[in-house]
Structures are given as C-alpha cells and as structure tokens.
Design a protein. Structure first.
Lengths: 112, 110
C-alpha cells in the first residue's frame, strides 16, 4: 500500500482565499483523522471520522473550517476564508479499528 | 477531555548514553499509548506503543513503561545514536482519539 496520501504538499495562498486539502487513507482503514501542527500549539486533532461519519469535530477552530468524507477513500479539509494564522502543517492519518495511526506526509500551508 | 503532559521539552545526550522521556495523562479511561518520532520536515512515525493491560514493552533499544495507577508512561532509549535525533511525541488514546504531548526535541551528540 502507498500509505496515506495527501495533496497538495505545499500550498501558498493569500488571505481570504479558499483552501482545500485532500487526503486518501490507507485502503481498509475505517478511521480518518485531520491534525494541525504548529510550533506554538503542537499537534492538534481537528476532526476524525469513523466509517465516513464525523465523530468528533471539537478541535475545529471555527466555522471557517469544514471537513468532509464522501467515501471511504477520500476526505477534504476546507478553509474559507483563509487567514495568516491558519498557516501550519496539516496532517491526515488513518487507522484500522482505532489502532495504530499512520500519518500522511502533510500539507504545508502558508497564508500570506 | 484528555490532557497529556510531556517532559522534558528538550534533551541533549552523548552518543551511547540513555535517554528517558516522561508523560502523564489525566483520563484514566485512556487505554492505548503510542510514541511517535518525527524528523525535521517529515511525518510522525510510530516507534513503539503499549496498551493499558501491559506494564512494559521492549523493542531492541527502545522500551516503554506504563504505570496506570500514577497515570504516567515513559520512553527509554538505550545506546543512543545520532540518527535518534528527532522530536518524540507521546500520546494517549480513548476510543481511537489521540491526544498528543507537546513533544521532546532529542539531540544525540556524536
């Protein structure tokens, strides 16, 4: 398996623009997680899905953030409108039956 | 919710020495405790994990201990090598949801 695949790897955008991050989990995994990593706040869980259903979105910072999982092999994290404080590395991870989480390579987002 | 505290935030050792990183958690319902290693610019990668029904687990130079009563767990790396230099994160899990510690920057000097 190719592992968790995220795209794009890098995204540079201007404040106010919409940003969409994409994730393909490992085939057969039923959990999908979105994390944000910054120097100040470390690794934060934003939201996670089980069998494509959002289970806990308490980590989503505000209404500008939304996440979807339309099927077992694809998820998106959208920020609209983006702000400079959203600049971070966003990781997607997946696991089977809430066991070991495997991380994607991450998307480095810079909002100017 | 769960809260995980990790210490120290930075750790510097000489090659061949041992390194110990400690974490405490707040929710006694946590039942799974993984440790991740993250090299600069890379993704976090699992290096060892332990479940709440086990007190200790070892994999070559790496070991993890868990004290459920005190709600703390530790990572032990023996015979450290320069390639062990990285950021190490502990985490505690309830129902698959991980809460991470703030990380420890480990530097191993040749």
């Amino acid at each position: 398996d190719a592992g968790v695949i995220q795209s794009p790897r890098h995204e540079v955008t201007e404040m106010g623009q919409e940003v969409t991050l994409r994730c393909k989990p490992i085939s057969g995994h039923d959990y999908l997680f979105w994390y944000r990593q910054t120097m100040m706040r470390g690794l934060e869980l934003l939201i996670y899905f089980n069998n494509n259903v959002p289970i806990d979105d308490s980590g989503m910072p505000e209404d500008r953030f939304s996440a979807k999982m339309p099927n077992a092999s694809f998820s998106t994290l959208k920020i609209q409108p983006s702000e400079p404080r959203d600049s971070a590395v966003y990781f997607c991870a997946s696991s089977r039956q809430s066991s070991i989480q495997y991380f994607g390579a991450g998307t480095r987002l810079s909002v100017l | 919710g769960e809260n995980v505290e990790q210490h120290p935030s930075t750790l510097s050792v000489q090659e061949g020495d041992s390194a110990v990183i400690k974490c405490t958690y707040s929710d006694s319902a946590s039942n799974y405790f993984p440790w991740y290693k993250q090299e600069l610019g890379k993704r976090p990668q699992l290096i060892i994990d332990i479940r709440s029904n086990v007190g200790e687990k070892k994999d070559q130079r790496i070991a993890v201990t868990l004290n459920k009563t005190a709600k703390h767990f530790s990572l032990h790396i023996t015979e450290t090598q320069p390639e062990d230099s990285a950021v190490y994160f502990c985490a505690a899990s309830i129902g698959g949801k991980l809460t991470f510690g703030q990380g420890t920057i480990l530097t191993v000097h040749p």
